[in-house]
Design a protein around this ligand. Structure first.
Ligand SMILES: [Zn+2]
Ligand SMILES: [Zn+2]
Length: 699
């Protein structure tokens, strides 16, 4: 019966809405409840004070003012009404206005046992005892199970989230500890604690390794073909290599269990005929995975094509030497003159047409096309660049569409590499095809940390997985099972919602590939050389003309948009860091330390002034904990260079809160570019709320 009632009130009070960003939905909800509590309390207290004072004063003046009895009666009634109103909503009888308590926690202790089954976290500051009982419970529930709630809702389709949220709150309110939802979230939050304990235990080698990297010959795949029957064409002949390479006995395994394949082995069996979207950040191992597997495919006679328009590394790493220059575009289009840029666009169009002709034409050849950095390549918001790239991307999408279409088996595939999946910033026609590809994730294992060349630490990135889970037609698993997380495995791989160890090239058959191309005479290398001499020329200019900041240098070089300036600065700073530390020190953020390419983010003329203005915004208080300190630090929720703005992307934070702002769950650390890391939406809201609160207080 209760359920029926709550269902009715739910549908009348709330429209069914699609929730896409769960974290900000819940953050919004709790701040709504918080401000409601604050205003209720204000209203209630002032009625009690005025009603109380008036009735007392007029009682003593009863006989000296005309109509005294009426005033006494009405103000007494006002007082009683306020007390009763408070009682009716909160079921608390409070005769006096509230004292400000240090935190909601002390108020919480007044309730009876039944009301306190959800303990508030210590950090909660609102005095929620002025809310109705149900809203009070809702606030407590969000406060206590914020992470678990977010995770649960993210697992659901967007259209079900709003309903489920309300069902959860209704159930917990009506059944208290008996609610299955309460029990579920409580167990889940305890499980996280257990997970952390298990991680520590694993580090101390107390846990046996449950998953191992199994060393088996790749030919063993034949027996496991049923595993991938959805992907493998029936006529594929995996024994093809057996004449070249002797079949060895499967390596001895540690137990009787079915051997677990590594990511390398799974991927190797897929790429001939399955179009994969391989997502993974820096250091996730995705580039090497593609390079090593396609190297072997090239040896088997499959033609490999490779396109990367944003190859930022100054020195080519040689991963793609097995791709003939005529089938390869490897450049950075943001560094090219307009003529060179158009040349690259035309070369790419030709390359795609060749691929198309070979795969779908009369004289079929098996081909694999690898498209690196799809996310930035397909950015619809880069003005003229987008206009020029659109026809190329249109052709690419058509090819993906044809190759992922049902029943098409042409012995060809497109493999896409990308650090993430930003559906909103890509051309819609790319998005509609890309999301139908087979999602593959390469990642750092949960609880492991890997250093980049710039000495930055990379770890498991859950928001990338949520992004994938929200966009792909096929399901993506967001979490890593503890059996895998507790192993020593550093890098992991996901296919069809299963995580396994990524493995490495030694899991595949040996490869005898020898580069035969005389690459020095190929067109892509002309571009690379041009780029090299171009940058050396630039650096000479930078040195001789004595620019004080990299941003002013970019301006002097007439780099048009802010975006282009940022890319330009990234290239210059990366070069300075590795090749010219002497000159670089001029642009170091901290003059006592060595220059790092990340310093390029702050190298603009009024940086110091903007940082001071940021501190003055709150009069040196931290936006999150509100403590005042001379050492208050400057935090940026995104990196914009000279477009930085106090209060927009720059906020004063104390050292402790600043660390929190950069924790994995609050901060998207992509590091593919010095500009790309940024705050999560939910945490940005928290910072903004804090800033609003502080600036109102000062006025
Ligand atoms: Zn703080
Ligand atoms: Zn920061």
């Amino acid at each position: 019966m209760f359920d029926n009632n709550s269902n009715k009130s739910r549908t009348s009070n709330r429209r069914k809405e699609d929730i896409i960003d769960v974290e900000s939905f819940i953050t919004d909800r709790i701040s709504q409840l918080g401000s409601k509590a604050a205003s209720q309390r204000g209203l209630c207290d002032s009625s009690k004070i005025y009603g109380g004072i008036l009735s007392v004063v007029s009682f003593f003046a009863l006989n000296s003012i005309p109509g005294g009895q009426v005033v006494v009666a009405s103000s007494l009634a006002g007082y009683l009404l306020a007390v009763y109103g408070d009682y009716a909503t909160t079921k608390r009888l409070r005769l006096f206005p509230s004292r400000r308590t240090v935190s909601g926690l002390s108020q919480d202790k007044e309730g009876n046992e039944d009301d306190r089954f959800i303990a508030l976290n210590e950090d909660y500051e609102e005095d929620i005892s002025y809310l109705g009982q149900k809203e009070e419970l809702e606030a407590k529930f969000i406060n206590r199970y914020f992470d678990e709630l977010c995770e649960k809702l993210y697992e659901l389709p967007v259209s079900d989230r709003s309903n489920t949220y309300q069902v959860i709150i209704d159930s917990v309110f009506s059944r208290k500890k008996q609610s299955k939802y309460y029990q579920y979230f409580e167990a889940r939050s305890k499980q996280d604690a257990r997970f952390m304990e298990a991680e520590i235990a694993a580090k101390e080698k107390l846990l046996p390794r449950k998953i191992r990297q199994v060393d088996i010959d790749y030919l063993k795949l034949e027996e496991d073909q049923n595993l991938f029957s959805r992907q493998l064409p029936g006529d594929q002949d995996l024994s093809q290599g057996s004449e070249l390479f002797p079949v060895s006995e499967p390596a001895m395994t540690l137990s009787q269990d079915e051997p677990v394949l590594t990511g390398y082995q799974i991927f190797y069996s897929l790429i001939d005929s399955t179009c994969c979207y391989v997502a993974g950040g820096q250091q996730s191992g995705k580039t090497l995975l593609l390079a090593e597997t396609t190297k072997r495919k090239a040896e088997e006679g499959i033609l490999i094509f490779y396109v990367n328009w944003f190859s930022t590394k100054l020195d080519r790493d040689g991963h793609w030497e097995h791709v003939p220059a005529s089938h390869k575009i490897e450049t950075d289009i943001s560094m090219l003159s307009p003529e060179e840029f158009m040349e690259v666009i035309n070369q790419t169009l030709n390359l795609l047409n060749t691929f198309k002709l070979l795969v779908f034409g009369e004289h079929h050849k098996d081909c694999i096309l690898v498209w690196d950095e799809l996310e930035v390549s397909a950015d619809k918001n880069s003005g003229d660049v987008s206009k020029a790239t659109q026809p190329v991307l249109q052709l690419l999408s058509d090819l993906i569409g044809r190759l992922t279409g049902t029943g098409v088996k042409n012995g060809g595939s497109v493999q896409v590499l990308s650090p993430g999946y930003a559906a909103g910033s890509m051309f819609a026609f790319v998005n509609s095809k890309a999301k139908k590809m087979t999602p593959i994730v390469c990642s750092i294992n949960k609880g492991k940390f890997v250093k980049t060349r710039n000495n930055k630490t990379i770890s498991f990135n859950k928001s990338l997985l949520r992004q994938m889970a929200n966009n792909f037609v096929s399901a993506v698993e967001v979490d890593v099972p503890i059996e895998l997380a507790s192993t020593k495995t550093e890098r992991i791989f996901q296919f069809q919602e299963e995580w396994v160890a990524l493995g490495d090239a030694s899991d595949l058959r040996p490869c005898n590939y020898v580069a035969t191309d005389d690459i020095t005479h190929q067109p892509h290398n002309v571009l690379a050389q041009k780029k090299r001499s171009q940058i050396e020329e630039l650096i000479t200019k930078l040195e001789e003309d004595g620019y004080e900041t990299l941003w002013s240098f970019a301006e002097a070089m007439e780099i048009p948009s802010s975006d282009a300036k940022r890319r330009f600065i990234e290239i210059v700073s990366t070069y300075l860091e590795s090749e010219r530390p002497d000159l670089a020190s001029r642009f170091a953020r901290n003059k006592e330390k060595e220059f790092s390419s990340f310093d390029g983010r702050y190298s603009y003329s009024d940086n110091i002034e903007k940082e001071l203005n940021t501190r003055l915004l709150t009069n040196f208080r931290c936006c999150l904990c509100q403590k005042r300190s001379e050492d208050v630090e400057i935090h940026r929720t995104s990196y914009l260079g000279a477009d930085d703005q106090p209060g927009k992307n720059m906020f004063p934070l104390c050292e402790v809160c600043h660390d929190e702002a950069h924790e994995a769950g609050n901060w998207n650390s992509t590091l593919d570019s010095i500009w790309s890391s940024h705050q999560t939406e939910g945490f940005t809201k928290r910072i903004n709320l804090g800033l609003n609160f502080l600036t109102q207080d000062i006025d």
